[in-house]
Design a protein around this ligand. Structure first.
Ligand code: ADP
Ligand code: MG
Length: 331
């Protein structure tokens, strides 16, 4: 029983990045406008995500980390029109199976927050009142303590640093798609990156990419019917000298499908325009919006790969937007 749980959980939760992603998405689903992500020892000793969202009701606490418990869908049909990042009720249960989890939470109705300590199977083993404000703080301690090989793998110093960088990139993606979100990211109590609450995607992109490259941003809007596809984003201005933008961020392409940060090889391929000059440069930010019923995000446990029902139409739409901006080009 324990072994089965460990094995299946270790496939959902494969890295520090995964844990952060799941916790952050839970915070976003809870309607938070503020996120604090803290890592200690590259996340191997402690991953903490604090939000100011709706909190977890005392009545739900005993089941929150039980496998397949979710407060987000109540029937099969809901799966066809997902509006939340989470829906499988798998993340908290899986994180419990590979680390020590402590959840502190307070809803608007609660007088004080409650701190719950969970065991490997996601059951509450102890609870006590605590002093936090409204929202939820989830701490995952001693990651992969029961998967020594994986812990060893991530303890490699190069791997560790890569992982922190990936966490930062992921937080940047949420920062762009959710401008109203305030984010603070620390490692061993040192500030790695932060972003204040802003009002629109452009300002958010500026905060993420740095002001110099933002001057070259061109807003893009495309809307079509049959199939229904919208594309919203910021692309580099046709004649802007992208080589002059700050080097570490200019190579970033943030692609979203219905607001979900995704890796989509085909879309990315269309985006990496090779202009006549032979230069390749990325699209800075693009959100492809399609009816929820035409996306399948259930391909991989971490939901970063999506299957689009009208993929060819989406690729064509992206391409036509690019051509209208930059003229014809070849890939
Ligand atoms: P899912 O996100 O797929 O529903 P999870 O295992 O990630 O499953 O979370 C289980 C449940 O715990 C959620 O459905 C939600 O009710 C609750 N929960 C988890 N994290 C938070 C949070 N930060 N704020 C409010 N509720 C939360
Ligand atoms: Mg979740």
């Amino acid at each position: 029983q324990e072994t089965v749980r460990l094995l299946s959980s270790s496939q959902v939760i494969t890295s520090v990045l995964n844990v952060v992603k799941e916790l952050v998405e839970n915070s976003l689903d809870a309607g938070s406008s503020s996120l604090e992500v803290k890592l200690e020892n590259y996340g191997l000793d402690r991953i903490e995500v604090r939000d100011n969202g709706c909190g977890i009701k005392a009545a739900d606490a005993p089941v929150m980390a039980v496998k397949h418990y979710t407060s987000k869908i109540s029937c099969h049909e809901d799966l066809e029109c997902l509006e939340t990042y989470g829906f499988r009720g798998e993340a908290l249960a899986s994180i419990c199976a590979i680390s020590e989890v402590v959840v502190t939470t307070k809803t608007a109705e609660d007088d004080v927050s409650t701190q719950y300590t969970l065991d490997l199977s996601g059951h509450v083993i102890s609870q006590r009142p605590s002093h936090l404000g409204q929202g939820t703080t989830v701490c995952a301690l001693k990651l992969f303590k029961n998967l020594p090989v994986r812990r060893q793998y991530y303890s490699n110093s190069k791997k560790c640093k890569e992982e922190v960088k990936k966490v930062q990139d992921l937080l940047m993606a949420y920062a762009i798609i959710k401008p109203e979100l305030r984010i603070i990211f620390t490692h061993n109590k040192a500030m790695i990156w932060q972003k204040a609450r802003v009002s629109d995607h452009r300002t958010a992109l500026m905060a993420v990419l740095g002001a110099t490259s933002a001057a070259n941003l061109l807003p893009v809007q495309h809307r079509q019917e049959q199939p229904e596809i919208s594309i919203e984003g910021y692309f580099p201005k046709p004649n802007s000298d992208l080589n002059s933008t700050s080097s570490n961020s200019s190579d970033k392409t943030f692609i979203f499908v219905n607001g979900r940060p995704v890796h989509h090889r085909d879309i990315l391929k269309v985006c990496l325009i090779k202009q006549k000059s032979g230069r390749r440069f990325p699209i800075l930010m693009m959100n492809v919006i399609v009816p929820a019923s035409s996306v399948d995000v259930n391909l991989t446990p971490d939901k970063t790969q999506v299957m689009l029902q009208d993929k060819d139409a989406v690729l064509l739409a992206v391409e036509s937007v690019l051509i209208s901006l930059y003229g014809s080009y070849s890939i």
